[in-house]
Design a binder for this molecule. Structure first.
Ligand SMILES: [Zn+2]
Length: 117
C-alpha cells in the first residue's frame, strides 16, 4: 500500500529517507540533499513529534486566511528524524509532544498538531 499523504488527500504525512546515508527529510525530491544519492525511499510518518519552534500569525497572508487568524504555526521535530512546519493548537509550546490530525481549513486538508502525551 502506498503511504498516505495529506497532499494527496490522505490522512497521513510522508517523508523520504536516503538508502545510502540514512538522512531523512520532508519535501519530496528525487535525490538526497545530504549526499546526492538518487532513488530515496518514501515512508509513512507516525505524525508524532516535538514542537521545536512556534510562531503566532496575526496578519494573515490572504483574505481567505484572515477569518482564521490569529493562528499558530509550529516547526515539528518528527519522531522519524525530519522536520516540518504545520498549523497547531494554541496550547503548543516549545518542547510539547504533539500529534497530527487532519482538518479542512480554508478549503483544503492540512495537518494540524495537538498536544499528545
Ligand atoms: Zn544520502
Amino acid at each position: 500500500m502506498n503511504p498516505l499523504d495529506w497532499t494527496n488527500d490522505g490522512d497521513g504525512i510522508t517523508y523520504q529517507c536516503c538508502r545510502q546515508c540514512d538522512s531523512r527529510w520532508y519535501f519530496q525530491r528525487g535525490f538526497c540533499p545530504r549526499c546526492g544519492s538518487s532513488n530515496p525511499t518514501t515512508l509513512q510518518a507516525s505524525g508524532i513529534g516535538m514542537v521545536h519552534a512556534r510562531t503566532l500569525v496575526s496578519r494573515a497572508p490572504t483574505e481567505e486566511w484572515k477569518a482564521h487568524s490569529p493562528y499558530l504555526i509550529v516547526m515539528i521535530d518528527a519522531d522519524e528524524g525530519f522536520h516540518l512546519m504545520a498549523h497547531g493548537s494554541m496550547e503548543l509550546q516549545i518542547g510539547t509532544r504533539a500529534r497530527a490530525r487532519f482538518i479542512a481549513l480554508a478549503g483544503r486538508k492540512i495537518p494540524y498538531f495537538e498536544k499528545f502525551q
